[in-house]
Design a protein around this ligand. Structure first.
Ligand code: LRH
Length: 493
């Protein structure tokens, strides 16, 4: 995405330079990312964006990369990769987590209290345990100076600048001390890995250095282009772009809606009580040092997987067609737990959804429309439950839910969400992650002063749209049904 910041007061315009599909690949060594393809596509995007900028006589100032969280690779000082980066959905991670937590002295609650991150099987900490067990030689043979690089950090290193780990994404590793903002070196040492594998940490907006001269020449760019770390965790970038300037803090929650649904609020400091753990809420680091107190919810991954599975069974639908089928299906027929662990791994979506419905004593969804509606309504019910839990655990009184990310394009989900939560939904930009990324780069270059100023630019540049809830008795009844199905993750204090 090419971003152009102009005018006074400043506004941002976005231009899509390049878009591509990519998927993890199965190999005997695990489910891995095709990193060279990602790199090639990234360079294509930079080349196309730079051409557009040149044609518009706009100087290209900086480049910054964000990706999904947690995934990493080992990179030697020469930029060589040691092994392919694994995808976080690799099934081995859950087993490694369980083994680690069994031996961890304070148990899972102790780890949560210490780091504040929900113990998802795929957190980098548990991935490292899995990898050390499956490929001990990988670490043993690593040359001096080798670093663990989260994927955006690795791509920044390849682009130029220096290898450093940006803090919003570092918080997703389960290895960052939430109070000091430094690595929890004692926790890392307990893995038996060399301490100097951990790279230096930097804040979002840090100028890492100029693009590599070879790349500048290859891509026909000015050697002055800087590599600037945005909030490299995509969700942190999206939350930075929440158009929330005029709402009082404590009156809004956000939903970063995409493959995952990340629903939460901003807090001044982490909240790691047993009740927060029970949900579980996580405490990731945000731009400006605040805490993203949020819950990972199954998200549109459910629909992506359903679509893939239907296609394999010979029924091919676009997302729009699937949404239309869902719209005409019977409302609130089947409710399931959208966070069921079994749904997080790829494959077999129809069988899994039906089995979950059947186990919960719900009518089994048969048609594509019924299956899709079941996914969307279950997500909406989970959003409602999560907002209630936020109000129980924090002083927040949520009047509005700000939704941003690709999910805002799913009109049906927006309507169901408003109905389920019984509050208005404000639809922000679908490209919130790219917007937050670009504006934090601009902040790093000294063009914008604060997070507040970033959000003012977002509000001016990308008008939000309001979806009003329709009061409904049917949804009220569905809440208790949902609570029963998921076993009411009610806080204990
Ligand atoms: C969303 C996301 C989310 C993480 C998950 C691994 O893309 O970064 O915030 O929990 O992917």
């Amino acid at each position: 995405m090419l971003g152009v910041l102009s005018g006074d007061p400043a506004t941002l315009t976005l231009e899509e330079a390049h878009r591509f599909e990519h998927e993890p690949l199965w190999t005997p060594a695990g489910l891995v990312w095709d990193l060279t393809t990602l790199w090639r596509e990234l360079l294509t995007g930079v080349r196309k964006g730079a051409t557009t900028a040149r044609q518009a006589s706009v100087p290209l100032r900086s480049i910054g990369v964000d990706t999904w969280a947690v995934d990493w690779a080992l990179v030697s000082p020469g930029g060589d990769l040691l092994g392919l980066p694994r995808c976080y959905r690799d099934p081995r991670h859950a087993l490694a987590r369980d083994r680690f937590l069994k031996e961890y002295p304070g148990g899972v609650e102790g780890l949560y209290e210490r780091i504040g991150i929900q113990p998802q099987p795929f957190n980098t900490l548990f991935q490292l345990v899995a990898r050390r067990e499956s490929s001990p030689a990988l670490f043993a043979s690593a040359p001096a100076g080798t670093k663990i690089a989260l994927l955006p950090d690795l791509l920044h290193d390849w682009l130029g600048g220096r290898l450093a780990c940006e803090r919003t994404n570092a918080s997703s590793t389960n290895l960052l001390d939430p109070l000091t903002g430094d690595w929890d070196r004692a926790l890392f040492a307990s893995l038996g890995l060399a301490a100097d594998l951990l790279p230096d940490l930097v804040d979002p907006g840090t100028v890492l250095g100029p693009i590599r001269p070879e790349l500048a020449a290859l891509l026909d760019l000015s050697a002055e282009v800087q590599i600037v770390a945005p909030a490299t965790h995509d969700t942190a970038s999206a939350v930075a772009a929440a158009p929330a300037l005029n709402a009082d803090p404590g009156t809004w929650a956000y939903l970063s809606s995409g493959t995952w649904s990340l629903l939460g609020v901003e807090l001044d400091k982490p909240l790691t009580s047993p009740a927060a753990f029970a949900v579980p809420f996580t405490n990731e680091r945000g731009v400006g040092g605040q805490t993203r107190f949020l819950r990972n919810i199954g998200g549109l991954w459910l629909l992506q997987e359903l679509r893939r599975d239907l296609r394999q069974a010979g029924e091919t639908y676009s997302f729009a067609e699937l949404a239309e089928l869902a719209r005409s299906a019977e409302p609130l027929r089947t409710v399931i737990d959208p966070n069921a662990a079994v749904l997080a791994e790829p494959g077999d979506a129809m069988r899994k959804l039906r089995a979950l419905a059947s186990a919960a004593g719900e009518p089994v969804p048969e048609s594509a429309g019924q299956l899709a509606r079941c996914c969307l309504e279950s997500l909406a019910l989970c959003y409602a439950q999560t907002i209630d839990l936020i109000e129980t655990l924090t002083p927040a009184r949520i009047e509005t839910l700000l939704v941003f990310g690709g999910g805002v394009k799913n009109e049906l989900l927006n309507e169901l969400t408003a109905a389920a939560i019984g509050r208005p939904v404000m639809l922000g930009p679908s490209e919130a992650t790219a917007i937050g990324n670009l504006l934090v780069q601009a902040q790093g270059l000294g063009l914008i002063e604060s997070l507040q100023a970033i959000r003012a630019i977002v509000e001016r540049s990308f008008p939000s749209r309001r979806v009003q809830p329709l009061a409904s008795e049917a949804w009220r009844a569905a809440h208790s049904r949902y609570e029963l199905i998921v076993g009411a993750a009610a806080p204990t204090s």
